[in-house]
Design a binder for this molecule. Structure first.
Ligand code: ZN
Ligand code: FE
Ligand code: FE
Length: 287
């Protein structure tokens, strides 16, 4: 099992993220390389890449993930938003290639009223304008929690989107346990059934990353409110089953839980303790 958490790059860039991950006894991690509030991205050359990679090797950390800014919405009917998304994602691909990382996770987008079909088409148009096929990474589409105008609540939507993209070989999928359960996939009682559907629609080999979160809201609530492991509607047993599932052993598993209890949660899921983390108050929305 390869497990890590969403960590910060504040101040010292990647070094800080790697050090934080080491303190959690993680063996992978996820970062945002730019602020979700917008503005200019920090130059990637200032991320201390080489020192960070050396430290990662020393501590056996591998397969880090970059999460794309939430501000990117390729499904937007607004030309300005669409063009901003194309610009930021193109730039992000270059930045992540410079770091040498293999995975970018992105939310497919929100059609904001134009309908699912139109939203999917628009995202495909954006991806076709961006991807050349020569990328050295996978752009992974994250499955969403079921909120109305988001694309990607259903696996079928992700499959349709992928079918419209020319360079499919550069695409992957990121599942998120909180989102999938909220969207109405009963992964608590039948994770194997979910994987079976995933395999039929997308092919299991396209599963590149998984976000591991409990949920503050009930099954099929269509809400995106992450909870600490064992403190939500999925519960410890289901999540523990999922992270130890054979299909999940070769991909990065990333915690995006509230309150800063990553160390405790990793120890719990590695079976080093049976103590549940505290119930973190601040629900991370939108991850
Ligand atoms: Zn989320
Ligand atoms: Fe997520
Ligand atoms: Fe996300």
């Amino acid at each position: 099992m390869h497990i890590g958490a969403n960590v910060s790059i504040a101040q010292t860039g990647l070094l800080r993220a790697v050090e934080e991950s080491i303190s959690y006894k993680a063996d992978t991690y996820m970062i945002y390389t730019r602020s979700n509030r917008g503005g200019q991205a920090k130059p990637i050359e200032g991320f201390h890449r080489d020192e960070a990679l050396a430290l990662m090797n020393q501590h056996a950390l591998a397969d880090p993930v970059v999460h794309l800014s939430y501000l990117v919405n390729l499904a937007s009917p607004k030309a300005e938003t669409f063009e901003y998304g194309v610009m930021v994602l193109s730039e992000e691909i270059k930045r992540v290639e410079y770091l040498g990382f293999k995975y970018i996770v992105m939310h497919p987008g929100s059609h904001v009223g134009t309908g699912m079909e139109q939203g999917i088409k628009r995202i495909a148009e954006g991806l076709n304008a961006i991807l050349t096929g020569d990328e050295s990474l996978f752009l992974c589409l994250e499955t969403m929690a079921g909120d109305g105008s988001k694309v990607g609540n259903r696996l079928e939507e992700i499959a349709e989107l992928i079918s419209l993209v020319d360079h499919k070989e550069r695409l992957g999928v990121c599942i998120d346990t909180c989102h999938n359960y909220s969207a109405g996939y009963d992964i608590v009682n039948d994770f194997d059934g979910f994987l079976h559907q995933f395999d039929e629609l997308l092919g299991l080999e396209s599963l590149k990353v998984a976000h591991i979160n409990d949920s503050k809201t009930p099954f099929h609530s269509n809400k995106d409110r992450h909870a600490n492991i064992g403190r939500g509607s999925l519960g410890y047993e289901a999540i523990n089953y999922i992270v130890h599932h054979p299909a999940m052993q070769d991909i990065p598993l990333i915690l995006e839980t509230p309150g800063g209890y990553y160390k405790e949660e990793i120890a719990l899921l590695r079976g080093e303790t049976d103590e549940l983390p505290p119930d973190g108050k601040s629900a991370d929305e939108g991850m």
